[in-house]
Ligand binder design. Structure first.
Ligand SMILES: Nc1nc2c(ncn2[C@@H]2O[C@@H]3COP(=O)(O)O[C@H]4[C@@H](O)[C@H](n5cnc6c(=O)[nH]c(N)nc65)O[C@@H]4COP(=O)(O)O[C@H]3[C@H]2O)c(=O)[nH]1
Length: 670
């Protein structure tokens, strides 16, 4: 049976025929058409009569512009042999010789009494006809006839059962078909190309006692769907299920636990300082490390636990039907013990630890979002307590963590989106009051909250570990700024950058600063690091070594907020530092509080004796300048000269400094 004949058969019980316009005749028709049109169709088919000219002209016109599968935009009426009114709809088909023909199908006109339901399945637009296989079987499932495409796809089929990949599938299909008379489903069929997914639709026509079967190979569509599913639900880097599937599992875990009165819990695992690795070694190394970590995590959790990657360096472990929270804690311990071992990545042995937060149902949360949020809160707590540990959520944690988390969440984003800017406060040399440097002070330009001062977010950054990438950004930005000013023709000045204690403890801090200098081409003598006494005292020996490394690089080092901590000049001598910055609390009362004057005067004298330069911060009045000049203080900084300024204004300040009314002297630096 040719495919065109199969198509006409398939259109049964509708009357259908195909017109070959070129030959002006009907080239084939089905039994229903023969019955409905009888003589006239027979005459046209046999060539005794030709298609009327008017219709022929109209059809030819459309065939030029329409594609195979397209429907004709008009219908035409006729009266059938049964005396009823019909209208004919047409669509374009490819004839065996390659020309286009018109497939005509008669439908009873509205109001006409004849009404026979078509067996055309919903999924069978004519455009797909070429990929459809059509076959006919008798009541017992024995093969009668099939389209050429069917034979090419399935070969020599004797019985409908031969189509199925499994006997079980054939049995259940036959049983259902015997009960329903028409059936459609997606199923794997055994075609000549192998076992492949197909849509299958079968309809029993009682008129000719024949089962009409239509199949379509949907293997590629299925594969595409599976690929799409993987893309939406699995992480491409680690092949672990992602956030979507995590939510699904958590929803069903809550459901199960509630219905069966069970417990379950999750561990929120976040790698410590992963961004530092990513930034220093590049994303390829970062990605490989994530893969190794994922593999090790998988090996260190019970087989019945599920591991998800939320993205970045965040993973979640879910364990259902737990006995108690201790069961979750023992997983955390196992993860931490093993995470401490090195990972072979890109020819290196890398170390990375993890902070873990634990939350459990019913103790800590009653819905998916609060479960994840509370485990996240606990994870942050673990980070703030020094990394590489786990913390079990406690209900008291939420009270002070909501605001913190809101800021914390956007803080991460802020780093990625570079919402930070550096402001610069001029440093003035005494007594000639020349601008010799600037202190870089960070600001967060929050999209909703506006400008946020560092006092509000530096502690947060410290606690979360995000100070490391942020601190690196500050150093790199400051170096770039130095270069930009140099390129713009300004005389060279220093920029000092504040280091946080966490940053100072960072193992590769010296390398990071060296790299930033190299990358930007800045002369190291123009970069100054400001450290606090407490930072240095935390591990004096290590601090001394680190400071020497910085000195070898050529940087200047300064002690910030002097007077507020240990204030032991004798001890400070052990550290290779060049500058002391007297805290603004001492400067504020200068000339008012005699004790303060005495302290400041003595500090400057002793520092000078140790060849240390002194800078006074928080200078707000001329009388303070007079006192500091009297005590031989070398540098000052404060609102008297300028508040911290963004780059553009700082440049303007440098240019217009001569004209500043608040200062007696001024030097234009250019
Ligand atoms: N009342 C008064 N204040 C003055 C005067 N002159 C300067 N200041 C303010 O004093 C602070 C000096 O910085 P700090 O003591 O290092 O204290 C800094 C520093 O510890 C920290 N910080 C700022 N930027 C960074 C950074 O990039 N990294 C780190 N780790 N810490 C930073 O945040 C602190 C606060 O910074 P800011 O809010 O910019 O506040 C700055 C500055 O605006 C004055 O005449 N009167």
């Amino acid at each position: 049976m040719t495919d065109l004949l199969a198509l006409l058969r398939y259109k049964m019980p509708s009357a259908a025929w195909i017109i070959d316009i070129q030959a002006s005749r009907v080239c084939c028709s089905n039994a229903a058409a023969k019955a409905l049109l009888s003589d006239s169709l027979h005459d046209i088919e046999s060539g005794q009569r030709v298609i009327e000219d008017e219709l022929k002209v109209r059809l030819s016109h459309y065939l030029e512009t329409l594609e195979v599968g397209d429907a004709l935009p008009f219908k035409w009426p006729f009266t059938g042999n049964d005396g009823a009114q019909y209208h004919v709809s047409g669509s374009v088909v490819a004839l065996d010789d390659g020309h286009k023909g018109v497939l005509c199908e008669a439908h009873p006109s509205i109001g006409a009494s004849v009404s026979t339901p078509s067996v055309v399945p919903a999924f069978c637009p004519l455009t797909q006809f070429e990929t459809l296989s059509f076959a006919m079987f008798d009541l017992n499932g024995h093969f009668i006839d099939a389209s050429a495409y069917f034979v090419a796809s399935f070969g020599d089929i004797q019985h409908i059962r031969d189509l199925f990949a499994h006997a079980g599938a054939a049995n259940s299909f036959m049983t259902r078909f015997s009960q329903q008379n028409s059936l459609s489903q997606e199923i794997r069929l055994s075609s000549l190309a192998g076992v492949r997914w197909h849509t299958i639709e079968i309809t029993y026509n009682s008129t000719d006692q024949t089962a009409y079967l239509l199949t379509q190979d949907i293997q590629e569509k299925r594969e595409h769907e599976i690929a799409l599913y993987r893309l939406n639900n699995y992480d491409g880097l680690t092949n672990l299920p992602n956030r979507n599937l995590l939510y699904q599992q958590l929803e069903s875990a809550f459901d199960n636990a509630r219905r069966r009165d069970r417990q379950f819990g999750l561990l929120y695992v976040d790698l410590d300082s992963f961004k530092v690795i990513n930034d220093n070694f590049g994303h390829r190394v970062g990605d490989e490390l994530i893969q190794r970590v994922a593999e090790r995590l998988k090996d260190n959790i019970p087989t019945r636990a599920c591991l998800y990657r939320l993205g970045g360096d965040e993973f979640v472990v879910v364990l259902e039907n737990t006995r108690d929270v201790a069961e979750l804690e023992s997983i955390a311990e196992s993860i931490m013990q093993n995470a401490g071992n090195t990972y072979p990545v890109a020819g290196m042995e890398m170390m990375i630890t993890a902070s873990i937060g634990i939350a459990s149902y019913p103790q800590h949360a009653s819905d998916v979002d609060s479960m994840l949020k509370n485990a996240d809160v606990a994870m942050y707590r673990a980070k703030s307590m020094g990394h590489n540990m786990y913390v079990v959520y406690q209900n008291t944690m939420s009270d002070n963590s909501n605001a913190y988390l809101t800021l914390g969440g956007s803080f991460r984003k802020a780093i990625d989106e570079e919402q930070f800017v550096l402001f610069y406060q001029p440093k003035i040399r005494l007594p000639d009051e020349v601008v010799i440097g600037a202190e870089a002070l960070i600001r967060w330009v929050h999209p909703e909250l506006g400008m946020i001062s560092p006092d509000s977010f530096i502690p947060l950054a410290e606690e979360s570990g995000l100070i490391l990438p942020l601190g690196e950004w500050v150093i790199r930005r400051a170096c770039r700024q130095l270069q930009e000013w140099r390129e713009a023709g300004y005389a060279p000045i220093t920029i000092s950058v504040n280091l946080s204690s966490r940053q100072f403890m960072q193992a590769d801090l010296v390398d990071m600063v060296r790299q930033a200098l190299e990358d930007t081409g800045v002369d190291p003598q123009y970069l100054e690091l400001e450290l606090t006494e407490s930072m240095l005292m935390a591990d004096a020996q290590q601090s001394i070594e680190k400071l020497h490394s910085f000195r070898k690089l050529g940087l200047t080092l300064s002690i910030d907020d002097f007077g507020t901590g240990y204030s032991s000049l004798a001890y400070l001598k052990k550290f290779p530092i060049q500058t002391l910055k007297i805290d603004r609390s001492f400067i504020h009362d200068l000339g008012i509080d005699g004790d303060n004057d005495a302290i400041v005067k003595a500090t400057i004298a002793m520092a000078n004796g140790l060849s240390l330069k002194v800078i006074a911060e928080g200078v707000e009045s001329r009388s303070q300048i007079d006192s500091l000049n009297g005590y031989h203080c070398q540098e000052v900084q404060g609102y008297l000269f300028s508040k911290p300024l963004p780059d553009v204004e700082f440049r303007a300040f440098m240019q217009g400094y001569v004209a500043s009314p608040s200062c007696s002297k001024g030097v234009l630096l250019q």
